[in-house]
Design a binder for this molecule. Structure first.
Ligand SMILES: Nc1ncnc2c1ncn2[C@@H]1O[C@H](COP(=O)(O)OP(=O)(O)OP(=O)(O)O)[C@@H](O)[C@H]1O
Ligand SMILES: [Mg+2]
Length: 592
C-alpha cells in the first residue's frame, strides 16, 4: 500500500490530518461506528450459516426462531451503527471543508496583489469551491467507504479462512490479480483527474469573464467568437474527462471480471465439496456470502482509491495555495511602529520599480521626492507615466527593487502593512464598489462611523443628493462592483468613502475625472478644508484640477521631470507647458 502514496499525496494526507485533528472525538466515534457496522455485517455470514444448517436442515422451529431473533438483533445494531457512522462522517466532511475554505480565504485575502497577476483569480476561485467540494465528498464519504471496505476485506478473508481454508486459498491466489490492475489504472486515473480539474476551472473562468463584460461582448457582436471559444474549452474539458472515465471503466470492468471469476471457481470447488459431503450447505452459503463481501468490498475499494487520488490532487492544490507566501509582510525583526499621530510626511529616495510581469522595464525610475506634512502635491504626466504605480508603492502593494519609501521618516518595509495602510485614504482610478448597500460601501473603511458621519462625508463628496433620489436612499442595494450607478456617481461614493476614513494622507487618483465640470468644481471647493492638516496627493489629467496644489510634480516614463508651482512649471518645464497649452486652447475652443 505504501507505494500508492507519492510524496505529493503524503502532503495531501498531512493537510487532511491537520484539518481533521481538531475533531478527534468525532473521528473516533465515526471509527468506532464503522468498526461495529463492519463487524455486524461480517457476522451476518455466521447467521446465514446457522440459518441454513440449523434452521432449514434440522427443520426445528425453535432453532429457526432463535436464529431469526439473533438476526433481528444484528439488524438493529447495524441500523444504529450506520446512523452514527453516516452522521459523524458526513459531519466531519462538512466541518473540515468549512474550516479549509475559511483558512484558504483568510490566507488569500492577505496575499500581495502581485500574486494575482500570475494566478488568475477565477482559477483560485475554482480551487476554493470545486477542490474543497471534492475534498468534502472524500472526507465525508469516500474515506469512510475506504476504511469500511478495507475492514470488510480483511475481516472477510479472516472469516473465509475460518470457514474453509481450502477454498480460501483460491481467493488469496486471486488477490494479487485484482490488486495489480487496480494500482496501475489508479495511477492513470489520478494524473488524468488533475488535468480534468484544470479544464473545469478553464470553463468556469471563461464564463465569468465573458458574462462579467456582457455589454462589451454584445456591443462588438463578439458572441459568435465567444461561443466558439467556449465550445473549444468545454470540449477540451469533456475530452479529458472522457479519457479519465475510460480508464476508470476499464478499472471497474477488470475488477468485476476478476472477482466474479474467482467466485465462480470457488462455487464450483465448494459445490463439489458439498456434493461429496465434505462441507455443509451452510458452510458453503457462508463462504459465498463472505467471498461476495470481499469481492464487492474490493470493487468499492478500487473505485474509492481513484476518488481518493483525485482528492489528493485537490488537497495538494489547496495546500499549494495555503503555502503561497505573501511577499508583503511585516519585517521578521526590527518592527517599527508609527506614532499615534501621523503628520503625513512622505519621502521617496531613489525609488526604482519594475512590475514582476515586466521586469525589463522600469515603471518607476530613480524617483526621489519629499512631501511635507499637510502639503498638497499634484502628480501630472502622460498616460502610462507611472503615476498610479507610485500610489501602489506608497501603499506597499509592491516593493521597489531599489530605493526606499519613508512615512514619518520610517521605512515602510519596517512597518506592519496594516499599520502603514491606516495612514492612507485612497480613491483609486477605477473606483471599486462592492455588492451591498450604498451605506455599506461608504462605511467600507470605517465600520464604526455613525450615520451622521456617513452623510456628512456623502455631502462633501456631492453624493448625498443623488443617494436620496435612489429608491431606498442609503439602503439602496448595489449590484456586483457597484452595478446600477453612473461612472461619476461611483466616483463620488468612492470619495465619500475615503473622506470617512479620516487618514492623515489622502491619495486621489483621477478621483473626479468622470464628474461634470460643476460637480468637480464643487468638490474641489470643498477639498481644501478637508485637506487641512492632511497630506494630499492628487493625480489628475485636467490641469484645472491641480492648479491649486502647493506643488506639482511632472512625471514622464517613470521619472520625476520637474517639481514646482503651476507658474514656475509653465515657465521652466516644456512638457508641462505643452500639456497646459493644449488644455488651455482646448478649453478656449470649448468656451467659444
Ligand atoms: N500590473 C502591471 N503589470 C505590468 N505593468 C504594469 C502594471 N500596471 C501598470 N503597468 C505599466 O506600468 C506603467 C505605468 O502605469 P501606471 O498605471 O502607473 O500609469 P499612469 O501614470 O497611472 O497612467 P494613467 O494616467 O493612464 O492612469 C505603464 O507602462 C503600464 O503599462
Ligand atoms: Mg493611472
Amino acid at each position: 500500500m505504501v507505494s500508492v502514496f507519492s510524496s505529493r499525496q503524503r502532503n495531501a494526507i498531512r493537510l487532511a490530518v491537520r484539518f481533521i485533528a481538531p475533531y478527534r472525538w468525532q473521528s473516533l466515534g465515526a471509527l468506532l461506528a464503522l468498526i461495529v457496522t463492519a463487524g455486524i455485517t461480517l457476522s451476518m455470514g455466521q447467521g446465514i450459516r446457522l440459518l441454513v444448517d440449523q434452521g432449514f436442515m434440522t427443520q426445528s422451529p425453535q432453532l429457526l426462531n432463535r436464529s431469526i431473533e439473533f438476526f433481528l438483533l444484528l439488524v438493529v445494531g447495524l441500523a444504529v451503527g450506520t446512523f452514527a457512522r453516516f452522521y459523524l462522517v458526513s459531519w466531519i466532511g462538512e466541518r473540515v471543508v468549512a474550516d479549509i475554505r475559511k483558512q484558504v480565504f483568510n490566507h488569500l485575502i492577505n496575499l500581495h496583489p502581485g500574486f494575482y497577476e500570475n494566478n488568475r483569480s477565477s482559477e483560485i476561485q475554482s480551487r476554493l469551491t470545486a477542490d474543497t467540494t471534492l475534498l468534502q465528498s472524500v472526507i465525508g464519504s469516500s474515506l469512510s467507504m475506504f476504511l469500511r471496505n478495507l475492514l470488510m476485506v480483511i475481516g472477510g478473508i479472516v472469516l473465509l479462512f475460518f470457514t474453509n481454508p481450502k477454498l480460501t486459498s483460491i481467493v488469496v491466489v486471486a488477490l494479487p490479480l485484482v490488486v495489480a490492475p487496480i494500482l496501475i489504472f489508479g495511477r492513470r486515473v489520478r494524473s488524468l483527474s488533475r488535468l480534468s480539474q484544470d479544464r473545469i476551472a478553464d470553463v468556469g473562468s471563461y464564463v465569468a469573464e465573458a458574462l462579467g463584460q456582457i455589454k462589451t461582448v454584445q456591443a462588438y457582436n463578439h458572441q459568435q467568437q465567444d461561443k466558439q471559444r467556449f465550445a473549444v474549452t468545454a470540449e477540451e474539458a469533456f475530452d479529458t474527462a472522457r479519457k479519465r472515465i475510460l480508464q476508470r471503466s476499464w478499472l471497474i470492468t477488470l475488477v468485476i471480471v476478476l472477482v466474479l471469476g474467482a467466485v465462480g471457481v470457488m462455487l464450483w470447488v465448494g459445490g463439489m465439496d458439498v456434493i461429496a459431503g465434505r462441507i455443509s450447505g451452510g458452510e458453503l452459503a457462508a463462504f459465498v456470502f463472505y467471498s461476495l463481501i470481499v469481492g464487492s468490498a474490493f470493487g468499492t475499494l478500487s473505485e474509492v482509491i481513484g476518488e481518493l487520488q483525485r482528492a489528493a490532487g485537490a488537497a495538494e492544490r489547496i495546500a499549494e495555495l495555503l503555502q503561497a507566501p505573501s511577499e508583503i509582510e511585516p519585517p521578521a525583526s526590527d518592527l517599527l511602529h508609527l506614532p499615534e499621530r501621523v503628520s503625513g510626511r512622505l519621502t521617496l529616495e531613489d525609488v526604482s520599480f519594475a512590475y514582476p510581469s515586466r521586469p525589463e522595464r522600469n515603471a518607476i525610475n530613480g524617483f526621489s521626492l519629499s512631501i511635507e506634512p499637510g502639503e498638497t502635491l499634484a502628480l501630472v504626466g502622460p498616460s502610462g507615466a507611472g503615476k498610479s504605480t507610485l500610489f501602489d508603492l506608497l501603499l506597499r502593494f509592491y516593493d521597489p527593487q531599489t530605493g526606499r519609501i519613508l512615512v514619518e521618516g520610517l521605512p515602510i518595509t519596517q512597518l506592519d502593512p496594516l499599520d502603514l495602510r491606516r495612514c492612507f485614504a485612497m480613491v483609486s482610478q477605477t473606483p471599486a464598489l462592492f455588492f451591498g448597500s450604498v451605506e455599506e460601501n461608504i462605511r467600507y473603511g470605517n465600520p464604526d462611523a455613525t450615520d451622521e458621519h456617513v452623510q456628512a462625508a456623502a455631502r462633501i463628496a456631492h453624493a448625498h443628493e443623488f443617494i436620496l433620489q435612489m429608491p431606498e436612499g442609503y439602503q439602496t442595494h448595489l449590484g456586483d462592483g457597484g452595478l446600477g450607478l453612473s461612472g461619476g456617481q461611483r466616483q463620488r461614493l468612492a470619495i465619500a468613502r475615503a473622506l470617512l476614513v479620516d487618514a492623515p494622507i489622502l491619495l486621489l487618483d483621477e478621483a473626479t475625472s468622470a464628474l461634470d465640470a460643476q460637480s468637480e468644481h464643487l468638490i474641489q471647493q470643498a477639498l481644501p478644508s478637508l485637506m487641512k492638516g492632511r497630506t494630499t496627493l492628487v493625480i489628475a489629467h485636467r490641469l484645472a484640477t491641480v492648479q491649486n496644489a502647493d506643488r506639482i510634480a511632472v512625471i514622464d516614463q517613470g521619472r520625476l521631470i520637474a517639481v514646482g508651482t503651476h507658474h514656475q512649471l509653465i515657465a521652466s518645464n516644456p512638457l508641462y507647458a505643452r500639456l497646459a497649452a493644449l488644455q488651455f486652447n482646448a478649453h478656449q475652443e470649448a468656451v467659444v
